[in-house]
Design a binder for this molecule. Structure first.
Ligand code: NAG
Ligand code: NAG
Ligand code: NAG
Ligand code: NAG
Ligand code: NAG
Ligand code: NAG
Ligand code: NAG
Ligand code: NAG
Length: 835
């Protein structure tokens, strides 16, 4: 209850603050400087609610005499200076003064009265005032008009190294006005530094970080929804988002923040890294939520022309050539230097008078699109027209859709000439169509024809070289397949080749399935989830099965689907639902599973009557069973499968109430359409998703650990994670943590378990659950440790640390996963410590 008191206290303080500012009486309020007024070093302007301060500061402790005029976030002081006026003309003493002049607006004078900086505001008059707005924007405006259109000058038009909500970034092509970020020279030196982050408007809009005159990092071409290399921008769980204007006069975006999101700033730091920082009020720290560039493949053109970059282990980029290309300099590549790039194995058969060509295109799936600086963009063409145009133009080497909004293949296209650079594989990347000569197909045959006429002495050397090339190609080929998977699923797998398995999986005919399900009648429907509808059916051999009819939207071809299903079907464990067969019929994709007569776990634990059917020993058995099933998926099977959507409705119970995890491998089967809303969704479900997955799209086996922790707490408490008010707490995690930290964890145990509960086991499970939902993925245990802790009473259980958790507003408490897409009001908060 101490927690509540603290919350109340903070609220009261906030209210007080608000009242104080809005109730300010006559005269000059502290956020405004009237014409002729001034502030001297030591004085400040404070925005209406006190969030921002304008004043003089010295960033460096070693040179305290250098004084700057800047704006900072009041709560964190000059550690987070958001804007600096005189960054390149520091004052030499603390005798500076900021004057509001009726002729030029704001003027910063040094001790001798010299102007160190001026806002050069045209149109300023005796009735102009300067005001520090609650958004952090310092504006010069007519006293009588506060409309933003009438600002005579605003600091938001002159960003330093920080982007705040409401700020514009980009270019006005008509006026030439540009909004960009420039780094500081050093952490304690606001002078203009080496890095600049600008909107590149050549080709498709792209955000480029420059280091001097060299490109360092590109966000990737704007595709109508996100910048090609940053698909996580499109996340429906976003805390902040951008409103892009991509028009003939203006290419800009405005950073916007979802209501309830803590104060956010985006900083281009002194080493060229873009950081997204959130202010966590309870702990009074800036938390780095995400940053760019993220890995070595983000370095501009690290694999040269026609090279493809892939991050196998985050430390080193590994380059491959696109199909039909080989390294320009194999010895260079063998030393892992690939900047020389790749060249064609077979020259294009382009008819030089540009009419007929026999070239073809091969898709490269799931990439950040190449630099479009020299590319041609046609927003009016269809993809088919682009293909034809590219084919008819000998200098065109690749094309891709320019705008992926809408159905089908998207609209518009971009065509590259001569070469392509800076392509990397990326989860949820796009498809790029690369031009190849038609004869580029029997590559090994081609190698052999070269070999024949070569003289014996040269042969050995050449063979060695070719062997290298061949190995590279093989690797590239394998990587391409692995990458496809990686692009779709975001993780790669143990090495294996697709399609080399002896298929034992029965392929059932669509007619048989239609007959088995009474032509997919409503009566046979067992449920409906994010991936499609599930029907009960009886096959001709009288076997009762559950049939999942996948929703439209799997972009996988029949062959890929078949390969994935074969792999998934080989996963067998008693805590996994068995996949028995599949069916491909036109664009229909169906999966046949063993039928489990009991329903899913959520139907029991959350139901007032059914919950009594699961006593403590059964629930403990279920917890252990789920952990074992998960262990098998994570590390005991031949593949590493991250479930990504583990939740109580995906845990089915068999006749003995043994748990069986369902929907595993769906992410693999379903492919990468997670942006296409409900039915095509592969993303997880609200509440079960770990913070790093929800916010950054970053996931690992530890994301499943998190979901498992949530499930454990749900099983014990009978309370849903989706509840917005959980016994006076924002959600189940906050409630569980509070009980645990106050030595009252046993209060969490559902009353239906009162008679059967072993409180020592339950306590152990609660502690393990809290360990699993810790904020930092590295702190969460691997499932293998969880299994050991659950099975062995003497294994010590580490002490969890306080979880950060999401609380959801506007949550529909539906039973269907589909509801998750409608929840986008989210706020982030931490559990207040109640001592
Ligand atoms: C600043 O304002 C004070 C009065 O408020 C005035 O005496 C002083 O001369 C002003 N300084 C400058 C540099 O305008
Ligand atoms: C501060 O001092 C340096 C060197 O003494 C001088 O170059 C610079 O112009 C001075 N700056 C101002 C604003 O007076
Ligand atoms: C204001 O104008 C002066 C003189 O034209 C120029 O030197 C200075 O850089 C301008 N200041 C800003 C902030 O643009
Ligand atoms: C390949 O690269 C190495 C090292 O950079 C260089 O010494 C060699 O001359 C290059 N070979 C060719 C054919 O360019
Ligand atoms: C140009 O195109 C015509 C008709 O397709 C063809 O007959 C001719 O050989 C081509 N010329 C060259 C130089 O390829
Ligand atoms: C675009 O063309 C210019 C001039 O030929 C060249 O310097 C530059 O590297 C090209 N950019 C890309 C991304 O290919
Ligand atoms: C071929 O494509 C290049 C670049 O896409 C373009 O500059 C050129 O005008 C095109 N040529 C023809 C004949 O369309
Ligand atoms: C998408 O493109 C493919 C070939 O590139 C074409 O067959 C198909 O009809 C297109 N689909 C739509 C909806 O335009």
């Amino acid at each position: 209850m101490a927690v509540l008191n603290l919350v109340a206290l903070i609220f009261a303080t906030l209210l007080l603050l608000l009242r104080r500012s809005s109730g300010a009486g006559a005269g000059i309020s502290s956020d405004t400087l009237n014409s002729g007024g001034n502030i001297t070093d030591g004085e400040t302007l404070l925005s209406a609610s006190g969030s921002f301060t304008l004043g003089f500061f010295s960033p460096s402790t070693t040179v305290p005499t250098k004084r700057y005029l800047g704006i900072w976030f009041t709560a964190s002081g000059t550690d987070a200076v958001l804007w600096v006026a005189n960054r390149d003309t520091p004052l030499n003493s603390s005798s500076g003064v900021l004057v509001m002049s009726s002729r030029v607006g704001l003027r910063l004078l040094d001790g001798s009265g010299q102007t160190a900086w001026s806002s050069n505001t045209t149109g300023a008059s005796a009735s102009s005032v300067a005001q520090l707005l609650e958004s952090g924007n310092l504006v010069v405006r007519e006293q009588s008009s506060s409309a933003s259109a009438a600002f005579q000058w605003q600091s938001f038009d002159h960003p330093s190294n920080t982007l705040l909500a409401g700020m514009r970034f980009g270019k006005n092509l008509k006026t030439g006005l540009e909004w960009s970020l420039t780094s500081w020279r050093a952490k304690d030196d606001p002078a203009t530094g080496a890095y600049r982050r600008v909107m590149d408007t050549r080709g498709l809009p792209d955000i480029v970080t420059w280091q001097g005159s060299a490109k360092k990092y590109r966000a990737g071409p704007w595709n109508g929804r996100w910048f090609s290399g940053v698909p996580e921008m499109d996340s429906q769980y976003k805390l902040f988002y951008i409103q892009m204007v991509d028009g003939p006069d203006e290419v800009t975006y405005v950073l916007s923040i979802t209501a309830g999101t803590p104060f956010t700033r985006i900083v281009l730091d002194e080493v060229g890294k873009v950081q997204v920082l959130l202010w966590i009020p309870s702990s009074r720290v800036w938390k780095e939520f995400t940053w760019l560039p993220r890995d070595a493949c983000d370095d501009y053109a690290s694999c040269g022309v026609f090279g493809l970059c892939n991050v196998d282990d985050a430390s080193a980029p590994s380059c491959s050539c696109a199909v039909g290309f080989s390294p320009v300099n194999a010895s260079e590549w063998s030393r892992k230097a690939a900047s020389g790039g790749c060249q064609r194995d077979v020259p294009l058969e382009c008819d030089r008078n540009g009419t007929v060509t026999t070239d073809r295109f091969t898709p490269v799936h799931g990439v950040k699109l190449p630099d479009t600086d020299n590319a041609t963009v046609d927003m009016g063409a269809t993809l088919e027209q682009c293909r034809a145009r590219c084919l008819a133009n000998c200098s065109c080497v690749a094309y891709a859709p320019a705008d992926i909004r809408g159905e089908g293949n998207g609209s518009g296209c971009v065509m590259w000439k001569d070469n392509i650079v800076d392509v990397r594989y990326k989860e949820n990347g796009q498809d790029l169509y690369l031009r190849l000569a038609k004869s580029e197909s029997g590559k090994r045959g081609h190698v052999a024809t070269i070999l024949v006429p070569v003289m014996a002495s040269v042969l050995v050397l050449t063979a060695a070289g070719l062997y290298l090339v061949w190995i590279c190609k093989l690797r590239a080929k394998r990587r391409n397949k692995d990458n496809l998977r990686k692009a779709i699923l975001g993780y790669s797998t143990a090495p294996y080749e697709l399609g080399d398995e002896n298929v034992e999986l029965p392929f059932v005919s669509f007619e048989d399935i239609a007959a088995a399900t009474n032509n997919f009648s409503e009566d046979n429907m067992l449920g409906q989830g994010g991936f499609g509808k599930v029907y009960k059916g009886m096959l001709p051999d009288n076997k009762v099965v559950a049939i999942k009819r996948l929703g439209k939207g799997s972009r996988q071809g029949a062959e890929e689907f078949r390969n994935e299903v074969v792999l998934i079907a080989k996963l067998q464990h008693r805590n996994l639902v068995r996949l028995l067969g599949c069916c491909i019929h036109g664009d229909e994709r169906l999966l046949i599973y063993e039928y489990l007569p009991n329903k899913s776990l959520d139907c029991f634990i959350f139901d007032a009557a059914s919950k009594y059917l699961l006593d403590w020993p059964t629930r403990f058995k279920i917890i252990k069973g789920v952990s074992r099933g998960l262990l098998y998926l994570h590390q005991d099977s031949r593949l590493t499968i991250i479930h990504r959507d583990l939740k109580t409705s995906n845990i089915l119970l068999d006749a003995d109430m043994s748990p069986k995890i369902s929907d595993f491998g769906m992410a693999r089967i379903f492919g990468g359409n997670q942006h296409e809303a409900n039915t095509n969704r592969v993303v997880g479900t609200y509440g079960y998703m770990s913070p790093e997955y929800a916010m950054d799209g970053a996931f690992s086996v530890k994301s499943d650990t998190y979901s498992f922790g949530v499930i454990v707490l749900e099983i014990i408490s009978g309370l849903k994670i989706s509840l917005t008010h959980c016994k006076g707490f924002p959600n189940l995690l906050a409630y569980a943590w509070s009980l645990w930290i106050n030595d009252r964890a046993t209060d969490l145990v559902d009353s239906s378990l009162a008679k059967s509960c072993s409180y020592s086991e339950a306590l152990r499970c609660i502690q393990i659950g809290l360990l699993c939902v810790q904020d930092n993925p590295d702190s969460r245990p691997l499932i293998s440790s969880v299994v050991t802790m659950l099975e062995n009473e003497t294994t010590p259980v580490p002490v969890p640390i306080q979880p950060m958790y999401f609380s959801y507003r506007g949550t529909t408490q539906g039973t269907d996963e589909n509801t998750s897409s409608s929840m986008n009001n989210m706020s982030l908060t931490t559990v207040l410590e109640g001592r």
